[in-house]
Design a protein around this ligand. Structure first.
Ligand code: PMV
Length: 354
């Protein structure tokens, strides 16, 4: 028995929801109360790169995130590891003298090293890219034959939004009907070439860690917000259909209106939660006003905005020309405080009166 190490490396970008997921109907399996739709970013920005290794010489499972060891004992990591191990297939490399039988995967330990190409502390969704990448790369390592849809339902058990990062382009997470979660998975609506004029700008408003995690925020909303129930049952189903249509037709007008309305309703649900959750701050609100005024003055949407569980703005422009104009406005009204945003890792904005 020679000592060997088998490795695989993968990369997954994060995704930004334009129809938000907020609320679980099953916390353990991470089953949502509504469908959601997102756009996956280009992997050069905001992505996770993960290397997984397996060797008979590893005595336990271990993981390092950005070079620092973290615990794998949480239920979410354990679910992903268990589900992938169960699906591992036989692997043989005669030259290297490696032969792994299907049942061996259950007993072989893994080492996982993951890096984010953006500051993890910047409050930007990192779990979506991280869990998508972990599941995908472990699947490669263990010779798993399942398709992306099935892998997405495993990534979902790491972090709900992670299921949408298995695909590029526009992706829908179908909430599913079954209690076991097997039909709660992601499908690709259109690939990354379909609407590649769109430009996404992320304005980092604050690099502070969010105060309310999405897990506890969702739990509180599900338990206390009457608006959440109305949103999930009445608003989102028709909004999802309209959004699919807008994406199919590259209809920016409709896309932008739906995106802004859905972000605002998600934050309204947060306010409707007891105790209320404030994810956006003053600067976020001022950014919304800036875009709303601009859109209103032109009679049609120029730019869309959307905010997740934090104050940072995600702004979507229909093309590079509008994106350049948007950047000009942002830099004028919200001049960055730090000279080099990418190096300091703690960018923050001030604001100027309009
Ligand atoms: O997957 P989580 O638990 O990080 O939740 C993500 C929730 C939002 O980002 C606010 C919305 C979404 O659909 O991504």
């Amino acid at each position: 028995e020679g000592q060997w190490v088998l490795m695989a490396t993968g990369r997954s970008p994060t995704n930004i929801a334009v129809i938000k997921y907020w609320g679980k109907r099953d916390e353990a399996l991470i089953l949502p109360v509504n469908d959601s739709i997102s756009v996956t970013l280009d992997p050069d920005h905001l992505s996770a790169t993960t290397t997984v290794a397996v060797s008979p010489s590893f005595p336990s499972d271990r993981m390092w995130l950005n070079g620092k060891e973290i615990s794998l004992s949480g239920g979410r990591f354990q679910s992903c590891l268990r589900e992938i191990r169960k699906r591992g297939c036989e692997f043989e490399d005669e030259k290297k003298g490696i032969k792994i039988k299907k049942e061996d995967w259950e007993n072989l330990h893994v080492h996982i090293a993951s890096y984010n190409n953006f500051p993890t502390a910047a409050g930007l969704a990192s779990s979506a890219a991280g869990f998508a990448c972990l599941v995908f790369t472990l699947g490669k390592l263990m010779n798993v034959k399942e398709d992306y849809g099935e892998l997405s339902s495993i990534a979902r058990q790491g972090s709900g939004s992670a299921c949408r990062s298995l695909y590029g382009g526009f992706v829908k997470w179908c909430m599913g009907k079954k209690d076991d979660g097997s039909d709660s998975l992601a499908v690709q609506l259109a690939d990354e070439t379909h609407w590649n004029d769109l430009v996404i700008i992320i304005a980092v408003v604050s690099s502070k860690q969010k105060e309310t995690s999405s897990t506890s925020g969702m739990r509180d909303s599900v338990e206390t917000s009457p608006l959440l129930r109305y949103r999930a049952q009445t608003v989102v189903p028709s909004r999802v259909l309209k959004m699919e249509e807008a994406i199919k037709n590259r209809d920016f007008d409709s896309f932008a209106k739906l995106t802004c309305a859905d972000s605002n309703q998600f934050h309204a649900v947060c306010l409707d939660t007891s105790p209320p959750i404030f994810y956006m701050n003053d600067t976020s609100h001022r950014m919304i006003s800036l875009v709303e005024k601009w859109n209103h003055s032109q009679g049609t949407p120029q730019v869309a905005y959307t905010f997740d569980a934090g104050p940072n703005a995600v702004l979507i422009a229909p093309n590079r020309k509008t994106a350049a104009l948007l950047l000009q406005k942002l830099l004028y009204y919200f001049p960055p405080q730090d000279k080099d945003l990418s190096r300091c890792g703690r960018p923050s904005c001030t604001s100027r009166d309009e």
